[in-house]
Design a protein around this ligand. Structure first.
Ligand SMILES: [Ca+2]
Ligand SMILES: [Ca+2]
Length: 235
C-alpha cells in the first residue's frame, strides 16, 4: 500500500509540485470542535490565540480544511484522522473539556504544546507508527495514550498529569522520554514486547505506579526521579 502511494506521489509531482493531501472536515457545535480526516495524509494545526479560547484551524502540507476554520469557546476537541500519515498539532489552548484523537492507520503524529486540558486527553492509534510529543501542558483528569504494535516514539516534556496516566505502546521497539514531568495520579506504562528504550529524567510520581517493559531487551535510564517509587519491571 505504501509503495502504491509513493508511486502515485512521484507521478503527480512530475506534473504538479502540489502533493495530493486530503480534506479535513471541521464542525463546531455547542463547544465541540470535530475534525474528520480522510484516508489521505492530513495535517492540521489548531493554533489558539493568546487567551487560549479562540482557535484557528489551519491545514498544513496542502491539507484542505472544509467547514469551520475559526472557533471561539472550544470546550472539547474530537479528531478522527483515519488512514494515511496524519498530523494533529494543538498549541496554546485552554480547553475546559476533553481532547480525543483517533489517528487511524498510517504513520501518525500527535503534538500538544502549552495547552491546559480541563478534563481528559485520549490518543489512540489502532494501526501503524505513532509519534506523540506533549510539551509544557497540564491534563486535569485522566490521560490515555494507546498505540498498536509498532515502533512508537513518545516524548513528554515539562507536563503535569493530575489524574491517572496510562501509556500502552503495544509491541514494537518503542522509545519513551519523560522529562521534568509531574505524575500526580496513578502511573501505568506498558511498553509491550520488543526492545524498548525509556528515559525518566527529573520526574515526580505522586502515587504508586507501574512501568512494565514487557519482553525484549529494554533499556531504562533514570535520573532525578522523586516521589513514590514506581514498580519497574524491565527484563
Ligand atoms: Ca488521514
Ligand atoms: Ca492515520
Amino acid at each position: 500500500m505504501r509503495e502504491q502511494l509513493s508511486a502515485g506521489l512521484s507521478v503527480e509531482s512530475l506534473e504538479d509540485r502540489c502533493v495530493p493531501a486530503g480534506v479535513v472536515r471541521v464542525t463546531f457545535r455547542s463547544g465541540l470542535l470535530t475534525l474528520t480526516g480522510d484516508n489521505l495524509d492530513n495535517s492540521v494545526r489548531l493554533q489558539f490565540g493568546s487567551t487560549g479560547r479562540t482557535v484557528s484551524i489551519i491545514g498544513l502540507d496542502n491539507t484542505v480544511i472544509a467547514g469551520v476554520n475559526f472557533a471561539n469557546g472550544v470546550r472539547d476537541i474530537r479528531a478522527n484522522l483515519q488512514g494515511g500519515n496524519d498530523l494533529v498539532l494543538i498549541w496554546g489552548g485552554r480547553i475546559a473539556g476533553s481532547v480525543s484523537m483517533d489517528m487511524g492507520q498510517g504513520t501518525d503524529r500527535a503534538i500538544l504544546g502549552y495547552t491546559n486540558i480541563g478534563n481528559k486527553l485520549t490518543i489512540t492509534d489502532p494501526l501503524g507508527i505513532l509519534e506523540v510529543a506533549l510539551t509544557v501542558s497540564t491534563i486535569q483528569n485522566s490521560t490515555a495514550i494507546q498505540s498498536a504494535g509498532q515502533d512508537d516514539i513518545i516524548n513528554v516534556q515539562q507536563c503535569t498529569f493530575r489524574g491517572p496516566f496510562l501509556l500502552n505502546t503495544g509491541s514494537g521497539a518503542d522509545t519513551v522520554n519523560m522529562v521534568g514531568t509531574n505524575f500526580q495520579g496513578s502511573f501505568l506504562t506498558l511498553l509491550g514486547n520488543g526492545d524498548d528504550t525509556i528515559d525518566l529524567t527529573n520526574c515526580f510520581f505522586g502515587q504508586p505506579g507501574v512501568l512494565d517493559g514487557g519482553a525484549g531487551a529494554d533499556t531504562l535510564t533514570q535520573a532525578g526521579v522523586l516521589g513514590t517509587p514506581v514498580t519497574i519491571s524491565i527484563p
